[in-house]
Design a protein around this ligand. Sequence first.
Ligand SMILES: Nc1ncnc2c1ncn2[C@@H]1O[C@H](COP(=O)(O)OP(=O)(O)O)[C@@H](O)[C@H]1O
Ligand SMILES: [Mg+2]
Length: 443
Amino acid sequence: MDTNTLTGLKSAFQVAPSDELAKVICFALIESGEESEIALYLQQAQKTLDESESLKLAEALYQAELHETARNVLSEELLSHKILVAKCLNESGEPEQARKLYCSAIEADSSLESHALNRTFNVEVKVAQINNDDKPKLKVVEKMDLASVTDMVRYRQDTSDFSDVVGLEHIKKQISKKIIMPFQRPSLFQKFKKKVGGGVILYGPPGCGKTLLARATAGECKASFFNIEISDVLDMYIGESEQKLHTIFEKARSSTPCVLFFDEIEALAGKREHSRNSSSANVVSQFLTELDGFSQNNEGVLVLASTNVPWAVDAAFLRPGRFDRMFFVPPPDKVARKAILEHHIKGRPAESNIDFSSIASKATGYSGADLYNLVEMAADEAIDESIEAGNEVVISNQHFKNAIKEARSTTTEWLTTARNYARYANEGGRYDEVLSFLKKHGK
Ligand SMILES: Nc1ncnc2c1ncn2[C@@H]1O[C@H](COP(=O)(O)OP(=O)(O)O)[C@@H](O)[C@H]1O
Ligand SMILES: [Mg+2]
């Protein structure tokens, strides 16, 4: 269309403005590169534009850097318009909304994805794990940066300390020597050219104080302590868990000295041959890479982990430089059982002459958690009786006697399994501590 025709159209519009004419002028203005004038005709033209026409018009306006005008031509409800709306929003200073819109567009139609826009909005497109016959789902996630892991739980230094853990003196001493001291007297260790850091696994039957010990360690050492929830790391989206692990370790490396605590580590470090799918094997490999510190400097990062099933942990984790120390957290012996009972009765209304010694004798094989349970059951009995009697009945020996009939010990089964591993799969003396425990207790 030449200039004269365009001028003619404009004059015609002056005389008899019509929607159709406005539309013709708009496209003519694009052709002649006079996009800035489009705004004059837009309101009327818009009534006649269909989905693809308005997109075409908006694209021209966007190219001419008339972002807001372009935005007005578009409708974000239309899938075909979404990407361009997002670009316009981004240009007009609303990046957050823009990113959301872009994500919703490619979640609806993955072919709309573009690398350039992924970069612009700092997002990554992941393929969700494929469940049986489900089609893989796409998920768009914001790229993780260090700042977004600030929600890693950081224990305050006064949460608990070793006084909350009854007994286990031997292992407390080991922890002091190998974990707490290096953090408190780094210069001493430097002098002897000992590196501070590495990995320690606490293992033993459930309910015997592994988690308790780890938390108390946090209170004892004056280092930052991050409690990593395995469920926070594992993600149904392929590749995401590895990235999260990496981010967590990066965070740790930037806040030394610190302790990273992975409770029930077998969920993350399970034997690769047992894993159902390749993605959990990838998590294991990533974990190993992070531990190794070939490319990273792990100095000052101590990785503390706990597990009830050490034999399910991939042997690769136990090599030197990784989790090279394993501490056995045994079930409490009689003295410890008595002390644990006394610890948990504190602050509850109870008779002063309860024979904890004889209760502890009867409670062979009880874990700390079983003993805590026993105290709870005795307390329940006392409450029931109080309600029936109509006045307060304190916890007595009889309540414990009744309770112990119903309670049960949970460590025996674990010890039976452990004995088999200790006898037949004791590579590198890994379970020596279990063996000497069993020997000492005549099992
Ligand atoms: N040595 C202990 N001293 C005091 N309480 C204990 C001890 N061991 C276990 N308990 C009790 O049992 C509960 C469970 O212990 P936990 O540390 O979670 O066991 P796990 O070894 O399975 O991690 C604790 O919260 C605590 O009430
Ligand atoms: Mg635990």
